[in-house]
Design a protein around this ligand. Structure first.
Ligand SMILES: Cc1ncc(COP(=O)(O)O)c(C=O)c1O
Length: 336
């Protein structure tokens, strides 16, 4: 807030370049190099209005009318709209627990058709909180590249990990288009700030689109975000990550105890994707009753694709441990 006030008082609230202010692009490039094992030139970073802005620009730049894009089912629902908005055809491929609900190389071989141009994936994923393994990602990228396709990788939850320190997909292939944001790890949802990292050859086209579609990302938010990368601020974020892990470690066994089974242990983000079959065959009805009879909000599987719609629900732990404990107590009474 102090940095924001300083920037506002200094009159830095006008338009910025469409790709973002230079120091922020540099800070993001450095963050990727330092934290996620990928050497990134700041010229490849485009600052956007959230990951949503980055997804919109990337889809507009890469997708022509009729182009088909493969995505895992389940996945973040808005992705379909970005693809449709660009005239493309989103194609959801059912992905099972055995593949950590992530698209894999076998899916590419089985589902790549004459109109397919690329894939849009996320690791860790919303709604499952599961990451794609290094080997699976490497094999997936190889299959897509062999077909001259593109890989869009949404790394919005990359900083929120609960196992080994993660690497960006860029560490495997410099041509992957990366989506990321200040919304999740950096806790700045409403500031509307994110970024994409693209091959240098794509940046001029994206810059033109950015200038027409949004002019620039919010200026004051860009200046304020520079503070995120200061070491003492990063320590705050790291402590926050550890408290997310604590919440996951509380919620997961509690859901299991209540018969809400979690087929794959989530190792990132702040979601638990649970199988509700022990209690209901209809997640719409179950989530509706949970909300109205127990005042606990969780999202039915349908929102993330048809494959697992009826028997899954997404629980979020983006709230304090005390509220999670209260939620568990209410769910337990509801199920009794
Ligand atoms: C996987 C995924 N991508 C993108 C977004 C959009 O985030 P932003 O607030 O950065 O636009 C979300 C938000 O929940 C998300 O879960």
């Amino acid at each position: 807030m102090e940095t924001l006030n300083r920037a506002a008082r200094a009159g830095l609230s006008g338009y910025t370049p469409p790709t973002g202010i230079a120091p922020l692009r540099e800070a993001i490039a450095h963050y990727y190099t330092q934290s996620f094992g990928a050497t990134v030139d700041a010229k490849r970073v485009v600052v956007t209005s959230g990951a949503s802005g980055a997804l919109l620009l990337t889809c507009m730049a890469l997708i022509n009318p009729g182009d088909e894009i493969l995505m895992p089912d389940p996945s973040y629902p808005a992705n379909q709209n970005f693809i449709l908005g660009a005239g493309g055809v989103p194609r959801l491929i059912p992905c099972q627990a055995t593949q950590r609900f992530q698209l894999n190389a076998a899916d590419i071989r089985a589902h790549w058709g004459p109109s397919t141009r690329g894939v849009l994936i996320a690791s860790p994923s919303n709604p499952t909180g599961t990451t794609i393994t290094r080997e699976d990602l490497r094999a997936l990228i190889a299959e897509v590249r062999a077909r001259d396709g593109f890989v869009i990788m949404d790394e919005i939850y990359l900083g929120l990990y609960y196992g080994d320190a993660p690497q960006s997909a860029l560490a495997l292939d410099d041509n992957v288009i990366i989506i990321n944001s200040f919304s999740k790890y950096f806790h700045m949802t409403g500031w509307r700030l994110g970024w994409l990292i693209a091959p240098e050859s794509m940046v001029p086209a994206i810059e033109k689109l950015a200038a027409s579609l949004a002019i620039c990302a919010p200026s004051l938010a860009q200046h304020a975000a520079l503070t995120c990368f200061e070491p003492e601020v990063m320590r705050i974020y790291e402590n926050r990550r550890l408290s997310f892990k604590q919440r996951r470690d509380y919620l997961l066994p509690e859901l299991e105890r209540l018969g809400l089974h979690v087929p794959v242990t989530p190792d990132g983000a702040f979601y638990i994707y649970a199988d509700i079959r022990e209690h209901s065959q209809d997640s719409d009805d179950f989530s509706h009753r949970l909300l109205h009879e127990a005042s606990v909000a969780a999202v039915p599987g349908r929102d993330f694709g048809p494959a697992h719609a009826r028997h899954t629900m997404r629980f979020s732990y983006a709230t304090g441990l005390d509220r999670l404990q209260e939620a568990i107590a209410r769910i337990e009474r509801f199920l009794a």
